[in-house]
Design a protein around this ligand. Structure first.
Ligand code: NDP
Length: 255
């Protein structure tokens, strides 16, 4: 049956930053396709609430609250998974932050925070996951990129640098780990309705610019990433490696 290609039953997915926003929508989508979930975020209470809601909806779900910029916490979380017999089959490196400031006003500390949260975290968590996937000879890694992986906009320079890095880190993961049965790909969301974009959603000027620029003439909904996520998490993409799939309402296709 063709649809069994997308079946995630028996697979466990760790989605970073999945207590809300795009990560939450991706996690729910993977759960609906059969995956067991591990929900992450920094805020313990928010992770606990999300786990409760997912369980109430009938999905097998655990929580693992840790900061993706805290290497010791990441290593400890993976050691905890090992002890509990939890094997991560699908890793979605989704946690990320945005800071908006003119480039001349960015402090080095803020630059580093954005790079560490959006880029270095994917390397460290990807490394810990891959160490365990390689001996098992299978694994799926999905990194969350952005339109900013391709294009710049004033005031988001560190984010743009980090997301461009995600695109090529994804290629590096693919070429190093493909022979071990691992596929690493990225999803590049366009402008999606989440907390991260509230300031833009609330700005009439930004909305006017976006609607003049985006072929679909609307913002994206978080659940619109689910199809690409299930594809990249499942056997349907077993020979797809190192790619970034943009889910952007046609934004990158337009002049
Ligand atoms: P939100 O701000 O809505 O949600 C961010 C999530 O990440 C929350 O669950 C948050 O949990 C978690 N998080 C933030 N920092 C950390 C950290 N240091 N460690 C662990 N978890 C963390 O963001 P979005 O859902 O909008 O964005 C998700 C990803 O998608 C990001 O990588 C973003 O760059 C990317 N993206 C978003 C787009 C959009 O239009 N929204 C477009 C393109 C890409 P908590 O606060 O509890 O820590």
């Amino acid at each position: 049956m063709t649809l069994s290609l997308f079946d995630l039953k028996g697979r466990t997915a760790l989605v970073t930053g999945s207590s809300r926003g795009l990560g939450r929508a991706i996690a729910e989508g993977l759960a609906k396709a059969g995956a067991r979930l591990i929900i992450n975020g920094t805020d313990q209470a928010r992770v606990k609430a999300a786990v409760g809601e997912m369980r109430a909806a009938g999905f097998a779900t655990e929580g693992a609250a840790f900061d993706v910029t805290d290497e010791a916490a990441i290593v400890a979380a993976f050691e905890g998974f090992d002890k509990a017999g939890i094997e991560i089959d699908i890793l979605v490196n989704n946690a990320g932050i945005q800071m908006r400031k003119p480039l001349v006003e960015f402090s080095s500390a803020d630059w580093r925070k954005v790079i560490e949260t959006n880029l270095t975290s994917a390397f460290v968590i990807g490394r810990e996951a891959a160490k365990r996937m390689i001996p098992r000879k299978r694994g799926k890694i999905i990194n969350i990129a952005s339109l900013a992986s391709e294009l710049a906009r004033p005031t988001i320079a560190p984010y743009t640098a980090a997301k461009a890095g995600i695109k090529n880190l994804t290629k590096s993961m693919a070429v190093e780990w493909a022979a071990s049965g691992i596929q690493a790909n990225a999803i590049g969301p366009g402008y999606m309705l989440t907390d991260m974009n509230q300031a833009l959603v609330d700005s009439a000027d930004f909305n006017a610019w976006l609607m003049s620029r985006i072929p679909s003439k609307r913002w994206g909904r978080p659940d619109e990433l689910v199809g690409a996520a299930i594809f990249l998490a499942s056997a349907a993409s077993d020979y797809v490696n190192g790619q970034t799939i943009y889910v952007d309402g046609g934004m990158l296709a337009a002049m």
